[in-house]
Write a protein that binds this ligand. Structure first.
Ligand code: ATP
Ligand code: MG
Length: 408
């Protein structure tokens, strides 16, 4: 799907008007996952308009043109369109009637330019203009579509947002398909290394890496009549390669996947947190319906609270420090003992920026997972980033550990 945008207006090239229409079109297309392939600004000049549109028609599936539709501008765009598409400019009664009706309704005197605005290329479709008098023009030929809208930003914006972008998005959906996967725990570079060979072997699939602080989403796109089969095949070969990082074959947060599993297994959870300050509990309760599985979250920031609220032996903290494997395990076990949950997760670490030592640097986090009447596992992680990032990533690692336990 190739999309080009041509802005017509000498003022845009002369540094008199900022080309905000291009920005707006780019933004609206981005909202539906599309981008312009090219944008071209040209002066109010008949020959320039004709040759630029002709050239775009050799490349683009969709061409959007803005400007030069106003009656005072000698109808320069309409004349050029009639020329390029080999159409007559004919009088459209329905357009005049619609414009007159609007003027009458608002009690304004009929504008002498209205007659001019009703003269349009034959065989075109029109986009109503609720703000001004120049209608949008839609011309189709050989599978390519050109839409021309007024240059006035206030008039073109509703046409772009409400009519043109939805139609392009619809056409793009029919032509191509895509899959979105959610991964966590692996940096973008590691995912890329793992998938590199598959990407090279499957040039018909476009892979986009969409990283955030919680992980990397992967979008696989394919077009053509075989796209569904192409994507299914790619998914089949990619799945085992990144299985350790892949937590959902859709665009979804980790807490939602954990919540769905807890609900379907009819299990309950409790959380014991120190460095994450309640973030794990917060994320587990972000999911609507969380009361079905979430029993309690303990934010035991001080040593005293760990002892008092979770029953962590004071001697354990004394011997190993609050950020340690034994204390993390005791926190997780205490959360089970105090709530009767089926499973619990605990996190204790050093979020920084201060408080780190050579032995226990900033970013060191101990996680522990305990099962009622069962074993307690632990995991040491070392995170990079500022305080906020370390806390967010610690919560993500905790939810990852919880998910792995629920899946076994
Ligand atoms: P119309 O634009 O309504 O089809 P026209 O081109 O004859 O008619 P102009 O007077 O040239 O109208 O432009 C209308 C207003 O819209 C002007 O203020 C102009 O600077 C502004 N404009 C045109 N194109 C753009 C653009 N790409 N970005 C921002 N403003 C624009
Ligand atoms: Mg103009």
């Amino acid at each position: 799907m190739t999309i080009e945008f041509i802005t017509i207006g000498s003022e845009l090239l002369a540094g008199l008007t900022l080309n905000t229409n291009t920005f707006f079109v780019g933004e609206k297309l981005a909202d539906v996952g599309l981008t312009l392939d090219r944008q071209i600004a040209i002066p109010d000049d008949h020959d320039a308009i004709v040759s630029t549109i002709q050239e775009s028609l050799t490349r683009a599936d969709w061409i959007i043109v803005s400007g030069g539709l106003g009656p005072t501008n000698d109808d320069i765009t309409k004349k050029a369109l009639a020329r390029v598409f080999n159409r007559q400019l004919v009088f459209h009664d329905d357009i005049l009637a619609m414009l007159k009706e609007r003027y009458t309704r608002s009690g304004r005197p009929i504008n002498p330019h209205l007659e001019t605005q009703a003269v349009q290329p034959s065989g075109a479709d029109f986009i109503p203009n609720d703000v001004g008098t120049a209608v949008g023009i839609v011309l189709q030929e050989g599978g390519r579509t050109l839409v021309a809208v007024p240059g006035v930003p206030r008039e073109m914006r509703p046409m772009i947002a409400n009519y043109i972008v939805p139609r392009i998005a619809e056409a793009a959906r029919v032509q191509s398909g895509s899959l979105m996967w959610s991964t966590t725990g692996w940096p973008e570079s590691r995912l890329y290394d793992a998938l590199q060979q598959l990407i090279a072997d499957n040039p018909q699939v476009t892979v986009a890496f969409l990283p955030s602080e919680l992980g990397v989403r992967l979008r696989f796109t394919a077009s053509g009549p075989d796209r569904a089969h192409t994507l299914a095949h790619f998914a089949e070969v990619a799945r085992p390669v990144i299985a350790d990082a892949l937590y959902a074959e859709r665009d979804v947060g980790l807490e939602k996947v954990v919540a769905d599993l807890l609900i379907s297994d009819n299990r309950t959870v409790a959380v014991a947190e120190s460095c994450t300050g309640g973030l794990i509990a917060k994320r587990l309760t972000d999911v609507p319906g969380s009361s079905a599985y979430m029993l309690a979250g303990f934010v035991t920031y001080s040593n005293e609270a760990k002892v008092r609220d979770l029953g962590v032996p004071a001697s354990l903290i004394e011997a190993h420090g609050a950020v340690s494997e034994p204390v993390a395990k005791a926190m997780a076990e205490g959360a089970i003992a105090r709530t009767g949950a089926n499973i619990s997760i605990a996190a204790t670490g050093i979020a920084g920026p201060g408080g780190g030592t050579a032995e226990k640097p900033v970013g060191l986090v101990w996680l522990a997972l305990s099962r009622r009447n069962g074993s307690t596992d632990s995991r040491e992680i070392r995170l990079m980033g500022d305080r906020e990032l370390i806390r967010v990533r610690a919560s993500q690692a905790a939810l990852t550990m919880l998910l792995a336990a629920l899946q076994t």
